[in-house]
Design a protein around this ligand. Structure first.
Ligand code: NAP
Length: 268
C-alpha cells in the first residue's frame, strides 16, 4: 500500500498518473488540481474511492500549503511519493530562438513567467509544502517531471533552438532536483527529475494546422538524435514506464535527470 500526490493532475500526463496508480486499490492517490470540479478528475474521484481531488495551485504558496494540509488529513500526515507535474508556457513566444527575445523587460518577463512560476518557484513551493509528509512516508520519493528539452546534448544534436523559457525552466528544475537530493539524502529522501518522453497530450479535438506543422518540425529534428523515431508516444506508455523508473529510484539515482526509459540516452 502506497500513497501518491500528483500536481497538475487535471489532464495529460498528470491525469494518466492518477488513472494508473488508482488502478491498484491499495494505493491512495491525491490529485492536486486547480479545479477539483473539472470533468475528468471529478469523474475519476467519483468512480475510485482511493482517488481524492484536492484544490491546489503550485504558483500560489498559500494555495499549495493548503493542499498539503488537506492531503495530510487524508493520509494521516504522511506520503510516500510526491510528483510535481504542473507546467505552463507562454504559447505566443514558444517559437522564438534566444536572439529573438525582445529588448523589452516586461515582454521578456512575460515570456518566462509561466515556465518559471510552475517549473521553478512552483516546484519549490509544492515540494516544500509536501516535504513534512514525505519525511513521514515509507518510500520517501520526490519526482519533478522535467524534459529532455533541457538536455544540452539533445539541443546540440537536434538543433532545437526555440522553446527557450520552457527549456531554461526545466534545466533549472534539474539543478533544483540535484540540490534537493544533496540536502535530503541524510533523511533517506530520494529526488528525481523525470523526462516523460515526447507525449501526445493534445485533448482539444482536431489539432490545428500550426500544431501539426510544429510537431512535424520537431519530429524531423528529433530524428537527428534518434533516426528510427516515428512520432509521439501516448500518455499510457509514458506513465507506465515512468512508474517503473520511480519504483527503481534509489540513493544511487537520486539527483539525476532520467528518461521514461530509465537512462540518460534514449529520451524518446
Ligand atoms: N507532453 C510532452 O511531450 C512532454 C514532454 C516533456 C516533458 N513534459 C512535461 O510533462 C508534464 C506534463 O505534461 P503534459 O503534456 O501532460 O502537460 P499539460 O497537458 O499541459 O498539463 C499540464 C498541467 O499543469 C497544470 N497547469 C497548467 N497551467 C498551470 C498554471 N498556470 N499554474 C499551475 N498549474 C498549471 C494543469 O493542471 P491543473 O489545471 O490541474 O492545475 C495541467 O493539467 C509537464 O511538466 C511537461 O513539461 C511533457
Amino acid at each position: 500500500m502506497a500513497s501518491y500526490a500528483i500536481t497538475g493532475a487535471s489532464k495529460g500526463i498528470g491525469l494518466e498518473y492518477v488513472r494508473q496508480l488508482a488502478a491498484n486499490k491499495d494505493n491512495t492517490v491525491l490529485a492536486i488540481v486547480r479545479n477539483p470540479e473539472s470533468r475528468a478528475i471529478s469523474e475519476l474521484a467519483t468512480n475510485h474511492p482511493n482517488v481524492h481531488a484536492i484544490k491546489g495551485d503550485v504558483t500560489d504558496p498559500k494555495s499549495i500549503l493548503g493542499a498539503a494540509e488537506a492531503a495530510a488529513v487524508i493520509t494521516g500526515g504522511k506520503l510516500d511519493v510526491f510528483i510535481h507535474n504542473s507546467n505552463a508556457v507562454d504559447t505566443a513566444s514558444i517559437g522564438l530562438s534566444p536572439s529573438q527575445i525582445p529588448f523589452d523587460g516586461e515582454a521578456t518577463r512575460k515570456i518566462f513567467e509561466p515556465s518559471l512560476s510552475t517549473g521553478i518557484y512552483g516546484a519549490l513551493w509544492a515540494t516544500n509544502a509536501f516535504l513534512p509528509l514525505i519525511e513521514k512516508g515509507i518510500q520517501k520519493k520526490i519526482v519533478h517531471i522535467s524534459s529532455a528539452m533541457a538536455d544540452t546534448n539533445l539541443i546540440n544534436k537536434s538543433g532545437v533552438s526555440y522553446a527557450v523559457a520552457y527549456a531554461v525552466s526545466k534545466a533549472g528544475m534539474n539543478v533544483q532536483v540535484a540540490k534537493y537530493a544533496a540536502e535530503l539524502a541524510p533523511k533517506g529522501i530520494k529526488v528525481l527529475a523525470l523526462s516523460p518522453g515526447w507525449v501526445d497530450t493534445w485533448d482539444s479535438g482536431e489539432k490545428p494546422a500550426a500544431v501539426v506543422q510544429a510537431n512535424e518540425l520537431m519530429l524531423s529534428q528529433f530524428q537527428a538524435v534518434q533516426p528510427g523515431l516515428k512520432g509521439q508516444i501516448q500518455p499510457d506508455e509514458s506513465v507506465r514506464k515512468g512508474i517503473q523508473v520511480i519504483e527503481n529510484l534509489n540513493t544511487e539515482s537520486s539527483g539525476l535527470l532520467l528518461s521514461q526509459n530509465g537512462n540518460q540516452t534514449s529520451w524518446f
